[in-house]
Design a protein around this ligand. Structure first.
Ligand SMILES: Nc1ncnc2c1ncn2[C@@H]1O[C@H](COP(=O)(O)OP(=O)(O)OP(=O)(O)O)[C@@H](O)[C@H]1O
Length: 278
């Protein structure tokens, strides 16, 4: 423990945040995404300061921290969604399988097929369920096996049983929780390796949020998941690793989730986890 508040902290943790991740993990997983000295500026304002992190394959990595500390900015660095923000400038190296995604020869659209993204608010297109899921495949010009891939993605997103007989209905007619799982199906249909999730349950009711959490637990068998969450209980429940960002855009600690919540090395992390600030 980093400070002399050990007993207070333990009692808070035991009542408020329980780490119950049971996902089987390989002893030494491969690194799939590696950031080295990533700085991000919006105009003159620095949002991230020298981020170094290695994200392991087929695990859930949670990014937590107070509002404005750069969590979403980091997530958007990974698949270059920040390219779409004019004022945003990124420096440093962000490797996906040892290839810097900021190299000139990287096509961001192709990158985003490999590194899909799910947002806070479900954002299905005003199209049928089938066309929502097939969207990425259509953009790629894929015509063969589309129906099979739509079914596989909907099954993967735990939605097939609910919508398999109404694929021509509008995605907008689904409930919020179903819409979010539809967006997850859309993200996994092109067969990505990494799923970036930016507070994917915060707009959902508790039952729908719980379904998405269960789904993440299944998705990680096939995909690497990086999830931004404000909900520390959720991070403790679903993640293998946790990265704690603090104000100033600094990554102050990154470790196994159990270590972050039960025995953090940095006093500021302990203060944040125990609700002393943020
Ligand atoms: N498009 C943008 N233009 C200018 N500044 C931005 C933009 N997006 C984020 N910022 C600034 O960058 C900093 C980090 O923002 P970011 O949204 O990444 O933080 P966050 O930790 O995800 O916040 P929250 O938890 O509130 O969503 C903040 O100061 C924010 O105001």
């Amino acid at each position: 423990m980093a400070s002399n508040t050990t007993n207070d902290t333990e009692s808070l943790i035991s009542t408020e945040v329980s780490v119950d991740r049971t996902h089987d993990q390989p002893a030494s997983p491969e690194t799939v995404v590696e950031a080295t000295d990533i700085d991000v500026y919006y105009g003159d304002e620095q949002a991230l300061d020298g981020i170094d992190i290695e994200i392991p394959e087929r695990q859930v990595t949670a990014i937590i921290g107070p509002s404005g500390c750069g969590k979403s900015t980091f997530l958007r660095c990974v698949n270059r969604m920040n390219d779409q923000i004019d004022a945003c400038r990124v420096s440093g190296e962000l490797d996906f399988h040892d290839k810097n995604v900021y190299d000139d020869d990287v096509d961001p659209v192709a990158l985003r097929r490999k590194i899909g993204m799910v947002f806070q608010k479900p954002n299905p297109f005003p199209k049928s369920i089938r066309d929502n899921v097939a969207y990425g495949l259509n953009v790629q010009g894929k015509t063969e096996g589309v129906d099979e891939r739509v079914e596989r993605a909907l099954r993967g997103a735990a939605l097939w049983d609910e919508v398999g007989d109404q694929l021509d209905s509008s995605g907008l007619d689904l409930s919020g929780g179903q819409q979010q799982r539809l967006c997850i199906a859309r993200a996994i249909a092109p067969d990505p390796e990494v799923l970036l999730m930016d507070e994917p349950t915060s707009a959902l009711d508790p039952v729908a949020a719980s379904k998405v959490e269960d789904l993440i637990d299944e998705l990680v068998e096939e995909y690497t998941v990086i999830i931004v969450t404000h909900n520390m209980q959720q991070a403790a429940r679903i993640s293998d690793k946790t990265a704690v960002f603090l104000t100033g855009g600094e990554l102050v600690e990154f470790d196994d989730t159990a270590t972050i919540f039960e025995d953090p090395a940095d006093e500021r992390v302990e203060d944040y986890i125990t609700g002393k600030f943020g």
